[in-house]
Design a protein around this ligand. Structure first.
Ligand code: FES
Ligand code: FES
Length: 126
């Protein structure tokens, strides 16, 4: 199956790969897995005192579409509030990357990873 140019771009030049120190309470970490294929995605957000996501990192063990989806969302969440980040939908990711139907679950993984990262951040602050 052919990947779209945008998937290839993110796959070959992934943005924001890596990790933050997860002990820091300005960091939210989301770790999610896709039962369908066994792929795993870790996404982290760094939130400033105004509740704005100022930086993000990811590590994904999975297919090109999963890597591209996580790379894309690390770009999208930067500068967003937590609520704005929660509003990112897998359909937006799938549309931006022109994912075919069999790869939609890769974009769902990225949406789930953002939600998990925000939930982790909120639980640390609570
Ligand atoms: Fe998991 Fe894509 S099926 S690598
Ligand atoms: Fe499973 Fe992409 S996350 S095939």
């Amino acid at each position: 199956m052919a990947y779209s140019d945008k998937v290839l771009d993110h796959y070959e030049n992934p943005r924001n790969v890596g990790s933050f120190e997860s002990g820091d309470d300005s960091i939210g970490t989301g770790m999610v897995g896709a039962p369908a294929c066994g792929d795993v995605m870790k996404l982290q957000i760094k939130v400033n005192d105004n509740g704005v996501i100022e930086d993000a990192r990811f590590k994904t063990y999975g297919c090109g579409s999963a890597i591209a989806s996580s790379s894309l969302v690390t770009e999208w969440v930067k500068g967003k509030t937590l609520d704005q980040a929660l509003a990112i939908k897998n359909a937006d990711i799938a549309e931006e990357l022109a994912l075919p139907p069999v790869k939609i679950h890769c974009s769902i993984l990225a949406e789930d990873a953002i939600k998990a990262a925000v939930a982790d951040y909120k639980s640390k602050k609570a």
